[in-house]
Design a binder for this molecule. Structure first.
Ligand SMILES: NC(=O)c1ccc[n+]([C@@H]2O[C@H](COP(=O)([O-])OP(=O)(O)OC[C@H]3O[C@@H](n4cnc5c(N)ncnc54)[C@H](O)[C@@H]3O)[C@@H](O)[C@H]2O)c1
Length: 332
């Protein structure tokens, strides 16, 4: 049976989702409709993919009654939209970060559990081949015990093509840490199979646009006792996306989009191989995971409960910056 999918938010990331639906194939998924308050964007996506178009997502959900909705909206709208769709019986693929705070995450989780729909949050890091190799390397203990992680991300965050809401704390929940730091926190937790339990953070607010942080340094410790340092900068400079994994018997360098290199003796060598079939794209693998969760009545890899832990860690990051002291991540 093909599940009918509707998309809410036809912005920058929406094309990845619509292409991924096509890759999964019409016997499993059919995109039926798209909603966006920006008529030009919504109609363009509707025409390109042959979908019904709505300006109001509530009308779309009531009329189309999709099996699955993909929510790709500004962060302040995640909670109201996800709760509405869950209440109307739709399984959810909700873009990351799950919501602005853990209270909103709890509201989404309650709505999903009331109707029994599956809730997946789009932590695409779980589906990138290089990350999967890194996770397998850690589990194999091929380089010994993992003892530290150093995660660095630099990119010009204040670019003209970034939608303006990303610079408003009320809409985005924060700046580079909320948006890209969410990926770093997720990556550290998912790679180590352990949740971050305490953080000390220092942020800067020098972007000159909006009221969100433009850089952050975080020392995080997982429940398993592993130390990780996250350094993120959105100011001008040289773009970098690198996660160093430090083991007792060597090191690994991970660029999630490009590959994994390992070293035992002062030289890095690339890791290659792996079978990804027709669906190598992370957005496609993510949809397959959601389908499996629906069909097996199981939790997806990036469940709502898991994604809530990323928001809990982010809340602790902002609290630590504001108070100047280490913060324990709140679990309830
Ligand atoms: N997984 C990833 O790697 C990844 C990458 C980029 C973005 N994202 C996430 O995807 C989400 C969307 O980001 P984006 O970059 O596409 O943003 P965007 O601003 O380009 O898209 C958001 C869209 O929502 C529409 N919209 C706003 N209010 C609406 C409403 N009430 N009803 C219907 N439509 C409405 C806007 O008109 C816009 O087209 C965010 O959560 C973001 O963090 C995830």
């Amino acid at each position: 049976m093909a599940y009918r999918v509707a998309l809410i938010g036809a912005g920058i990331i929406s094309g990845h989702h619509l292409e991924a639906i096509g890759q999964v194939g019409p016997e499993r998924l059919t995109a039926v409709a798209v909603a966006d308050t920006d008529e030009a964007k919504g109609r363009a996506a509707a025409e390109k993919y042959g979908l019904a178009f709505y300006t109001r997502y509530r009308d779309m959900v009531r009329e189309q009654r999709p099996d699955i909705v993909i929510i790709a909206l500004p962060h302040d709208l995640h909670e109201e939209c996800a709760s509405f769709c869950a209440e109307h019986g739709c399984h959810l693929l909700l873009e990351k970060p799950m919501a602005l705070n853990i209270a909103q995450c709890d509201a989404i989780l309650a709505a999903a559990s009331q109707t029994g729909v599956k809730l997946m949050v789009g932590h695409t890091q779980h589906y990138l081949p290089a990350n999967l190799w890194a996770k397998a390397l850690i589990r194999s203990r091929q380089l010994g015990k993992l003892v530290a992680i150093h995660d660095t991300r630099h990119l010009p965050y204040y670019s003209d093509n970034r939608p303006r809401w990303f610079f408003e704390k009320a809409k985005a929940g924060g700046g580079i840490m909320m948006n890209l730091g969410a990926h770093s926190i997720d990556k550290i937790q998912w790679l180590t199979d352990s949740r971050i339990r305490k953080v000390k953070a220092s942020l800067s607010y020098e972007g000159g646009i909006g009221d969100v942080e433009g850089s952050g340094v975080v020392f995080a410790e997982t429940a398993s006792g592993l130390g990780a340092v996250i350094v993120q900068s959105g100011y001008e400079g040289v773009a970098k996306d690198e996660t160093e994994l430090i083991f007792t018997g060597g090191m690994a360098k991970l660029n999630s989009a490009r590959g994994l290199w390992i070293s035992r003796n002062g030289r890095y060598e690339p890791v290659t191989g792996g079978e990804w079939g027709d669906c190598a794209d992370p957005f496609c693998l993510q949809l397959q995971d959601l389908l499996q969760a629906i069909e097996r009545d199981a939790e997806p890899d990036s469940s709502g409960a898991y994604a809530r832990s990323v928001i809990a860690a982010l809340e602790a990051v902002y609290r630590s910056h504001e108070t100047g002291v280490e913060q324990i991540v709140r679990s309830s």
